[in-house]
Design a protein around this ligand. Structure first.
Ligand code: NAD
Ligand code: TYD
Length: 359
């Protein structure tokens, strides 16, 4: 791995991965292709370690000319594909960009890899790799006593977001099976940590709680996610790239599965401790109309990656939430850049205004 194309590297996980890769591997050069949608920001790429090994290109993964040009120009041997539309609630209110970016964009990247690496034989096949970053949401939802998702659980996506990611996973798998593009796939559970866009539960609750705004709980708040600290996800991806076999899929998860309401209460308690005030922030919790088709429970069986790549999550939820809160408090300029974005305020109104409230 010498010349790495990271897609979506100005977003949450992508920017954490760019930082991680520059730190752990002094040989790599990174080309970061990102369209800078509402979710991407150059703020996320400030103060990179050894920034001279990082080139930022603003562009769309759906661009049929740009992607092969970048592969040629930079002799790309590794693609790590994060770029996507990622928010379930947005996919419910407007699915089209999800199909464009997640399905067509992934297809365009795979096609470019096939063209340049296989048809033109730009590099020996054993030196190239396409890693596709995906989600546990492709597996659908679990009942309380169902076993956790494994790599062989049948796909049953329930939201337009999950369906678009499932489609992209199938394309990635097929390019390995049919054309022998050296593809790996990771399906990871919910991430949290520094630089997560505050439309997602954890940063939304932290920012709302800090400014005394209501903390919206969808439905009864008893839905379960398998939370993973973002740095642990980055480490898993690096291990898959360096030790994982072409054609393999790995499930990645955090072994942290409290209900949403417990997470929200924990954040309130943490903030009350760090920034005490007269009234507990738990008072801000507000139950609101549920998300349509809301998946009840996710849980990941991570025994394959533990066994084959010797990976396991390093952070528990208590440490990870504390680090996340501390990062947000230490980076007010990052918070201000998002909170003053008109698009973000419009989103908050669109998503929350019409939800009925109950206490
Ligand atoms: P994010 O929404 O924070 O960032 C997505 C990035 O992709 C943004 O920088 C955006 O500008 C860029 N982008 C969007 N459309 C693009 C396009 N057409 N061309 C180029 N760039 C484009 O997302 P994230 O949370 O960092 O997720 C990254 C990846 O990880 C996604 O593929 C997602 O499905 C997957 N994933 C996320 C989670 C999670 O909890 N966040 C969990 C598992 C898997
Ligand atoms: P989210 O962060 O949007 O991730 P995902 O939908 O990919 O799991 O949501 C995490 C959980 O939190 C999910 O069960 C929905 C719930 N949720 C709320 O209860 N309130 C909110 O305001 C948001 C954004 C999410």
């Amino acid at each position: 791995m010498k010349n790495v194309l990271v897609t979506g590297g100005a977003g949450f996980i992508g920017s954490n991965f760019v930082r991680y890769l520059l730190e752990v591997d002094s040989r790599v050069q990174i080309v970061n292709l990102d369209a800078l949608t509402y979710a991407g920001s150059l703020e996320n790429l400030k103060d990179l370690p050894d920034a001279k090994r990082h080139i930022f290109v603003q562009g769309d993964i759906c661009d049929r000319e740009l992607v092969p040009t970048l592969l040629h120009q930079h002799q790309i041997d590794t693609i790590v594909h994060f770029a996507a539309e990622t928010h379930v609630d947005r996919s419910i209110l407007g699915p089209e960009p999800f199909i464009k970016t997640n399905v067509f964009g992934t297809f365009n990247l795979l096609e470019a890899a096939r063209q340049v690496w296989l048809a033109e034989k730009s590099l020996p096949l054993e030196q190239v790799r396409f890693h596709h970053v995906s989600t546990d949401e492709v597996y659908g939802t679990l009942k309380p006593n169902d076993p956790a998702f494994s790599e062989t659980t049948p796909y049953a996506p329930n939201s337009p977001y999950a369906a678009s990611k499932a489609a992209s996973d199938h394309l990635a798998r097929s390019y390995h099976h049919t054309y022998e593009v050296p593809v790996t796939i990771s399906n990871c559970s919910n991430n949290y940590g520094p630089r997560q866009f505050p439309e997602k539960l954890i940063p939304l609750v932290i920012l709302n709680a800090l400014s005394g705004k209501p903390l919206p709980v969808y439905g009864d708040g008893q839905q379960i996610r398998d939370w993973l600290y973002v740095a642990d996800h980055c480490e898993a991806i690096y291990l898959i790239l360096t030790k994982g076999g072409p054609g393999e899929t790995y499930n990645v998860g955090g072994n942290n599965q409290p209900p949403n309401l417990t997470i929200i209460e924990t954040i309130c308690d943490l903030l009350d401790e760090i920034r005490p005030q007269t009234q507990s922030r738990r008072k801000l919790i507000q139950f609101v109309t549920d998300r349509p088709g809301h998946d009840r429970r996710y849980a990941m069986n991570i025994s394959k990656i533990e066994r084959d790549l010797d990976w396991s999550p390093r952070h528990n939820l208590t440490d990870g939430l504390l680090e996340t809160v501390q990062w947000i408090l230490a980076n007010p300029q990052w918070v201000a850049a998002i909170q003053t974005q008109r698009e973000y305020q419009t989103w908050l109104t669109k998503n929350y205004e019409k939800r009925e409230k109950s206490s």
